[in-house]
Write a protein that binds this ligand. Structure first.
Ligand code: BG6
Length: 479
């Protein structure tokens, strides 16, 4: 018998800004992703003191402008997802397609119609849409005019946006998430909060104020969602990097615990439990401010309390190790969340430490902590694929990575964890979020485009395509 429940949500995940293209088509406004240059230095460039979000095509390439042109290829792409047997497809709505400037009074009907078509195309194949309301693509105007999420006004703008899309799609879409990888702002606040050095990212208080505003905005979306459809499921979405103490030294154990609180658990604790955790003040004091310094109203706290999320969505790519007692250890260069190199693990071409067992631990930790269902909404291996003369990629490395992680989920199910589903990241090749590269590929489907935007844009099935199809068809038995 398969370890996976009958209704397990097998699928794949993408984000609007990384694949749609048509960045200014049909009334869409600019998003922050549209103003980030392509290439591995995109975060570094965005954090230069004089960065002002202006687009300079004489200097940089902006790969998110064209993505893989899903905007015009969604029918063929969703057909391929259906061929793999997807039960669900996680995608995001581009906020700037619906409210081009973020503060507009009326939504852009052409943008709403696009997602009508995407949703209907999924439903045609019995694929359940899973929508992320905000995935690293806030309207740029909300950053240049309002200073990003540290400004409270964004709570109302997000609420208006969430209300519009929930009203429009809730009858057809049961699964939702409020903010992608909300906790990632601790390490890179540019994508989730619109904060860079030039507008306040160098002050930790701003990041926590931005989080507070996002928590309240998210809770308001939860309220709207539940009022529209009682069986609707709306989750938070965390970047979870299982965090180990490097060794049994109690100092390292304590440091790992503190790191877990600050990164893996803080946002989830507020969004799932509806209250700030007891360790809030100690985390904030570490950064030189107090909870009292934040702009938090009694009404905000009541909203958080009354509207916790229904499940915990999370991405899992890597684990990390903490050592505060031996300064000579090599740091885990490339790992998005830092830490030291773990001698038991190998890393991807981009330095992310690969650890399937860490996923089983993550699932257990989240389930034990919150007693709610968990959903692995991102996981995968960013790798350089080399197609043969027929454009075929024999991506056994990707199959091996995914197989080991699916086995880890199987283990967690046997441990008693309520796992809702699994949507590997970038089920079709798309633009990387952290490096703006096409060559960092995750897909089951190869897209013929390179980092310079050259190529036919045609789609080709990789070896992993047939493999994943068989995994889904056997409900995880044939791995
Ligand atoms: C997550 C994001 O961080 O990981 C995605 O939610 C992102 O948007 C994915 O694409 C993989 O990261 P990257 O930087 O390799 O694209």
């Amino acid at each position: 018998m398969s370890a996976f429940p009958k209704n397990f949500l097998w699928g794949g995940a993408t984000a609007a800004n990384q694949l749609e293209g048509a960045y200014n088509g049909d009334g869409k406004g600019l998003s922050i992703a549209d103003a980030l240059p392509g290439g591995p230095d995109r975060f570094k460039i965005a954090n230069q003191p004089d960065f002002d979000w202006s687009i300079d095509e004489t200097k940089y390439r902006y790969p998110n402008h064209s993505g893989i042109d899903f905007y015009h290829h969604y029918q063929g792409d969703i057909k391929l997802f259906a061929e793999m047997g997807f039960k669900c497809y996680r995608f995001s709505v581009a906020w700037s397609r619906i409210f081009p400037n973020g503060d507009d009074t009326r939504p852009n009907e052409a943008g709403l119609k696009f997602y009508d078509r995407v949703i209907d195309e999924c439903l045609k194949y019995n694929i359940k849409p899973v929508i992320t309301i905000s995935h690293y693509e806030m309207p740029l105007n909300l950053v240049t005019k309002y200073g990003g999420w540290k400004n409270r006004q964004l709570i109302d703008f997000y609420e208006t946006y969430a209300r519009v899309i929930l009203n429009r799609y809730a009858a057809r879409v049961k699964y939702w998430m409020t903010f992608n990888e909300i906790n990632s702002a601790l390490h890179f606040p540019v994508m989730g909060q619109g904060l860079v050095k030039s507008n306040g990212a160098d002050k930790m208080q701003n990041i926590y104020q931005a989080w507070h505003n996002q928590f309240v905005a998210g809770a308001r979306a939860v309220k709207i969602a539940h009022s529209l459809r009682p069986d609707l499921q709306i989750g938070c979405m965390l970047l979870y990097a299982t965090t180990y103490a490097y060794d049994a030294n109690p100092e390292n154990q304590l440091a790992a615990l503190k790191e877990n609180q600050a990164f893996n658990h803080f946002c989830g604790d507020v969004q799932v439990r509806g209250t700030y955790p007891a360790y809030t003040e100690s985390v904030m004091n570490r950064y030189g401010f107090s909870f009292k310094d934040l702009d938090v109203t009694a009404e905000d706290l009541a909203t958080l309390k009354a509207n916790p999320v229904d499940y915990i969505g999370f991405s899992y790519y890597m684990s990390t190790a903490v050592n505060v007692t031996d300064k000579s250890l090599e740091t885990a260069n490339g790992n998005l969340v830092g830490g030291v190199r773990n001698p038991f693990l190998k890393a991807s071409d981009w330095g992310w430490q690969i650890d399937p067992t860490g996923l089983r631990i993550a699932l257990n930790e989240l389930s034990d902590r919150y007693q709610k269902p968990v959903f692995v909404v991102e996981n995968g291996l960013g790798a350089k694929d080399v197609p043969d003369a027929n454009h075929f990629v024999q991506d056994d490395y990707r199959i091996n990575y995914l197989r080991a992680h699916i086995q880890a989920i199987q283990g967690a199910l046997a441990d008693g964890v309520d796992v809702m589903g699994y949507t590997p990241w970038g089920c079709i090749d798309l633009v990387s979020a952290s490096t703006g590269q096409m060559s960092k590929r995750y897909g089951f489907i190869y897209v013929d485009l390179d980092d310079q935007g050259n190529g036919s844009g045609k789609r080709y099935k990789k070896a992993s395509f047939g493999w994943y199809k068989q995994v889904i068809a056997s409900n995880g038995e044939r791995l």
